[in-house]
Design a protein around this ligand. Structure first.
Ligand code: HGY
Ligand code: MN
Ligand code: MN
Length: 395
């Protein structure tokens, strides 16, 4: 709740973009809490922030937990931040109990999971895991035209007092606590989600270039109207992406129009596509059909389709899934297995180490919305299951 006051917006929401002053203030609050329990702080060149509690065996690979601290522009108080704070609570509980695990336990706050200020998301975890080189997104610009590389350099300059660690590493296991962000646990009346995997996600942008013109004098028949062509393209994409079973997720939610005035015909439109499916083959086929579908639908504009994010579906490792299920049982929590509809940094840790997640219910399944809510009891139950799991994994 203290962190939720940083970047707070009406309706109990938060707006805490990655690498912003608000993000830094939140990170400093985490660091202060971590210092209280004697944990070690470090940061890598992707600005991923690590809080480490040493184990008895310094040579043993650590158990890694955590999530992200950046939010959607109109986000809720729990998405991401819960997993970081639950991880810190695990370290504090061990500290208070005077228990030292064999393996170190590290809590990570990944940089730019949301992909709001800078698209795509998961830049910190993709850099750390080697999924993509850290320079991949250097020239991505935010709404103010600031390059990602420059925002990152500025952040690292302001965080120069923090010890540096090399980018990358191979943990013994990774376990992330997160709110479900969907309705399934609440509908089933259950406390805990033992997450089995994450569906695939692909992000595209479509840029339509026509010609701006006078709204009063330009005959409609002579226009190269990018808004009208966008409507044609999105209608055709809706048909391509229509799924009677409602499994496929197709979203157009960001539209930039130029010159964006009521009396100049739009010369240019850029809109985003977020496409998701649990079956990699379906996601591949649908995503690969976007370009031809848009080109066939557009009447007068030039078309540019770019892909910005391609995260294949992942299945979590039985070691972690079974550890979470056993921890829920031991804690007397009701639980069920379920896949994640949202992507997470965990998606990019899967190729490196046994990986899993634990979910707590979201009220009315709401997320990416200020009304996002999970109760203290639900959050505490998830944290207890996390702690039990981390102790089991770390020995
Ligand atoms: O979009 C996602 O799935 C994540 O919540 N950022
Ligand atoms: Mn999240
Ligand atoms: Mn999110």
């Amino acid at each position: 709740m203290e962190l939720a006051r940083i970047g707070e917006i009406p309706g109990d929401g938060v707006n805490r973009p990655c690498l912003s002053p608000g993000d830094r203030t939140a990170r400093r609050m985490l660091i202060a809490w971590a210092n209280e329990i004697g944990a070690e702080i470090s940061i890598d060149v992707a600005a991923n922030l690590f809080v480490r509690r040493a184990g008895t065996d310094p040579d043993a690979a650590p158990v890694l937990t955590g999530s992200h601290m950046d939010s959607q522009p109109e986000g809720g108080r729990f998405d991401g931040i819960y997993g970081v704070i639950a991880g810190l609570e695990a370290l504090a509980a061990l500290h208070d109990a005077g228990i030292v695990t064999r393996r170190a336990i590290e809590v990570v706050a990944w940089t730019n999971e949301e992909g709001g200020r800078y698209a795509p998301g998961c830049m910190g975890s993709m850099s750390w895991s080697g999924y993509a080189p850290p320079t991949t997104w250097d020239d991505v610009r935010d709404a103010d035209g600031i390059r990602y590389a420059d925002a990152l350099a500025e952040h690292l300059r302001l965080e120069a007092d923090l010890p540096r660690r090399p980018l990358g590493g191979v943990p013994h296991a990774y376990l992330e606590a997160h709110i479900e962000q969907g309705p399934l646990l609440e509908a089933a009346g259950l406390d805990i989600g033992v997450v089995t995997g994450i569906q695939g996600s692909r992000w595209f942008s479509v840029t339509l270039s026509g010609a701006s013109a006078h709204a009063g004098t330009a005959p409609v028949g002579m226009r190269r109207d990018a808004v009208q062509d966008m409507l044609r393209a999105v209608s055709a994409l809706n048909e391509l992406m229509h799924d009677p079973a409602d499994i496929l997720r197709f979203t157009v939610a960001r539209i930039d129009v130029t010159p964006n005035t009521s009396n100049s015909v739009a010369g240019r439109v850029r809109f985003t596509i977020d496409c998701r499916h649990p079956d990699g083959a379906v996601l591949r086929a649908k995503g690969d059909a976007i370009r031809a579908t848009v080109e066939a639908a557009v009447k007068t504009c030039d078309v540019l389709v770019e892909e910005h994010f391609d995260a294949a579906p992942v299945a979590f490792h039985p070691l972690v899934v079974e550890t979470v299920a056993a921890a829920a049982l031991a804690d007397g929590a009701s639980a069920m297995g379920l896949p994640s509809g949202a992507f997470h940094d965990a998606q990019f840790v899967v190729p490196l180490a046994p990986t899993g997640m634990v979910f707590v219910p979201s009220r009315d399944g709401i997320s990416h919305n200020p009304a996002e809510y999970s109760s203290p009891e639900q959050l505490a139950a998830g944290t207890r299951v996390l702690v039990r799991s981390l102790v089991a994994l770390a020995g």
